[in-house]
Write a protein that binds this ligand. Structure first.
Ligand code: ZN
Length: 250
């Protein structure tokens, strides 16, 4: 896996469902903004290659969107691709210094964009978010956003705001999205979620009080589900699904 090949935001996979690194591509990264993008601090870490828009995928390979690619790839390659996608977006979106407007330059190890004029450093952005399975000891509280596939419900989630702890975010987000109060917060685990650059902090929480009502702009429905009558759930790679499976299996 020497190279991770992007065409716009799509990733090149072989027909076997692993990363495809064609021989005919030059070793030099084709970064339209200048500089090399290496996916990791190691000298032999894979490089990002930008494939021309007007050239089709090589034989035996195809370009896939990020979600499809992540669901097919082995875990180690999926993690690399998630990181690569975030680095690429960061490079594209921080071409100029936010303080003085000069063009930025990629540091040698690829981990920071520096302003050659005023010295401002810009690091890749990671946005923490909480994702919470609320339960009442029996039923699961799940919500549905309009962008979800038909019939699918998921755990409630929201971004951490400046100045908030993860716990404060949980109380605020659950209240905003469902109208209920929660208690007994239990940390479950975290997951990098490159849509576009989140770190999902997963928790279980127990219902404390309040009537469920959907009055949040982001959700079109939120309701209790009995464990034996669950709706369509998010894919197994998501921490949302893992939170639900862990609860059902406890
Ligand atoms: Zn500057």
């Amino acid at each position: 896996m020497r190279r991770i090949v992007f065409q716009r935001s799509r990733i090149l996979l072989s027909d076997e469902g692993v990363l495809h690194s064609p021989r005919e591509v030059s070793e030099e990264v084709r970064d339209p903004h200048g500089g090399l993008l290496r996916v990791g601090p190691e000298e032999d870490a894979p490089r990002i290659v930008i494939w021309p828009d007007d050239v089709g995928a090589p034989d035996g390979a195809r370009f896939l969107g990020l979600r499809s690619a992540l669901s097919l790839l082995p875990a180690d390659q999926a993690a690399r691709v998630g990181r690569a996608r975030q680095l690429l977006a960061w490079r594209e979106q921080h071409r100029f210094c936010g303080r003085c407007g000069s063009g930025t330059e990629l540091d040698q190890d690829g981990g920071v964009l520096r302003c050659p004029h005023c010295g401002l450093q810009q690091f890749p952005r990671v946005s923490p978010a909480v994702i919470v399975l609320v339960h009442d000891g029996d039923r699961l509280l799940l919500g549905r956003a309009p962008r979800f596939p038909p019939g699918m419900y998921s755990t409630l989630a929201g971004f951490v705001e400046p100045g908030e702890s993860a716990e404060e975010t949980i109380h605020r987000e659950i209240r905003e999205e469902s109208g209920v109060e929660v208690m007994d917060l239990r940390y479950f685990g975290s997951q990098s979620w490159p849509f576009p650059h989140s770190l999902m902090l997963g928790f279980h929480a127990r219902y404390r009080s309040g009537e469920v009502r959907c009055h949040d702009d982001e959700l079109e429905d939120v309701r209790w589900f009995a464990r034996e009558a669950l709706p369509e759930l998010p894919p197994p790679i998501s921490i949302a699904r893992q939170l639900i499976e862990a609860y059902l299996g406890h």
